[in-house]
Design a protein around this ligand. Structure first.
Ligand SMILES: Nc1nc2c(c(=O)[nH]1)N[C@H]1C(S)=C(S)[C@@H](COP(=O)(O)OP(=O)(O)OC[C@H]3O[C@@H](n4cnc5c(N)ncnc54)[C@H](O)[C@@H]3O)O[C@H]1N2
Ligand code: MOO
Length: 397
């Protein structure tokens, strides 16, 4: 059976970034920049004051007579005349330095008498001036392709006059669950029925990841019905179903997909939970059949769907691994690479991890509150408190 590493490699080789699009900068938070962005003007745009005080010419600093205060330059209200050597103007932080001025004396070091400015202490020529272009110049590259738009990016680019950016779109993900036993939330389960928790889980997780979700509900265990749902999914960039991928009489997802032109890349991976994972392309779009057991749905989402979404969304690397120490013993790995829902926290000397009980594939309690998957390779021995383990922190796009 395919190993975890080989299956992930196939996913990475199969998926490529979505075409980029131009978008208003302010709507692009969390998205990845597709083309470098350059400044539209110098920053600062003009020499300006770094302090509230008075702007003077440095040539006037050795004069013993005071300077005539002839006007003001306030932020938003520049002084438009040329300052003479015997003159000063009042100035505020950020206000343009007028022609003829090159030095700012902070208000604390000055006194004004009869509209005449004098100062105390040593004043350095050209002090407290922020020069045009000292942060960046017109045409200079401010962010590279591959940058994730965050608040800092929005602040920087907005100041540089940028209102639109080329970014990779947020993936649109169609999700549905299969199974005649499934009911929608709020319904009362009768004999043999359960609430469809997988769809709600995936929807929430995709929302955390900033994806656009197309929830397509519940598919009955019938091929024609499942086929119709796949047709509805064609607007999506990636398709995810849950359930119906194992070998049971009613596991019809794979056959339905093959009837509809599915190009299968793999089925079954030696992992626990999640063994019957199905992956391929439907109409050239990545399509995952996640196993229906809730812990298998959730872990195969983290291990395979999320890396695929990261690639679609233009993110570079997809692997994140950390080392942590066990807070308690963990039983040996079995014949499949095991991934255990776990909680990891920093405790002074490093990360420490605990593994909740109730890790059954059909159970959901261990997923709630988890922030990592603990990786237990095939054949790993029983582990004890303090042993080092590899964990995959859960992350969003
Ligand atoms: N003979 C074999 N049987 C099974 C094998 C196998 O290799 N040989 N593999 C087992 C493994 S491992 C898994 S994982 C499951 C996955 O099977 P399916 O993907 O076909 O999932 P279902 O049979 O549809 O459901 C399994 C289980 O999960 C519950 N479920 C399904 N959908 C949901 C949902 N949306 N929300 C909550 N719970 C859901 C469902 O009721 C079943 O209890 O197959 C094993 N069998
Ligand atoms: O691999 Mo399945 O996900 O054990 O139950």
């Amino acid at each position: 059976m395919l190993t975890y590493a080989d299956a992930l490699k196939i996913v990475k080789e199969t998926v490529s970034p979505l075409p980029s699009q131009i978008q208003p900068l302010t709507t692009a938070i969390g998205q990845v920049i597709a083309k470098p962005v350059c400044a539209r003007w110098d920053m600062p745009r003009w020499d300006n004051s770094a302090m509230d005080g008075f702007a003077v010419s440095s040539q006037a600093l050795d004069s013993t007579a005071g300077l005539d205060i002839v006007g003001s330059s306030f932020a938003g209200h520049p002084y438009n005349k040329t300052l003479q050597r015997n003159e000063a103007i009042q100035i505020t932080t950020g206000a343009p330095l007028p022609c003829g001025a090159d030095t700012v004396i902070p208000v604390e070091d000055t006194s004004v008498n009869d509209n005449c400015l004098s100062w105390t202490g040593t004043i350095r020529a050209k002090q407290h001036v922020r020069y045009q272009g000292e942060e960046y110049c017109e045409g200079e590259r401010l962010v590279n392709a591959g940058t994730v738009v965050d608040a800092g990016t929005i602040g920087l680019l907005t100041g540089a006059g940028i209102t639109e950016v080329a970014v990779y779109p947020r993936p649109r993900v169609a999700i549905f669950s299969t199974g005649d036993e499934l009911l929608n939330p709020g319904q009362d389960p009768g004999p043999g029925q359960i609430i469809n928790s997988n769809l709600q889980y995936l929807q929430a997780r995709l929302q955390e990841c900033g994806c656009t979700v197309l929830p397509l509900g519940i598919g009955a265990d019938q091929r024609d019905n499942l086929g119709l749902i796949y047709k509805q999914a064609k607007e999506a960039d990636l398709i995810v179903s849950t359930g119906g991928v194992s070998v049971g009489e009613k596991d019809l997802v794979q056959q339905t997909l093959l009837d509809n032109g599915f190009e299968r890349k793999f089925w079954k991976v030696a992992i626990k939970p999640g063994k019957p994972l199905l992956f391929g392309l439907l109409n050239h779009k990545p399509c995952f059949g996640l196993p229906g057991n809730p812990a298998a749905t959730a872990s195969t989402f983290e291990l395979f769907v999320l890396p695929a979404l990261r690639i679609l969304a233009g993110h570079g690397t997809t692997d994140r691994k950390m080392t942590a120490r066990l807070k308690h013993g963990v039983k040996a790995g079995g014949s499949r690479h095991a991934f255990l829902w776990s909680r990891c926290e920093w405790q002074g000397d490093g990360y420490h991890v605990e593994v909740p009980q109730r890790q059954g594939s059909g159970q959901t309690r261990s997923i709630q509150g988890a922030n990592a998957l603990l990786s237990l390779a095939v054949g790993s021995p029983d582990l004890k408190t303090g042993d080092k383990v590899e964990i995959f922190p859960l992350y969003s796009l």
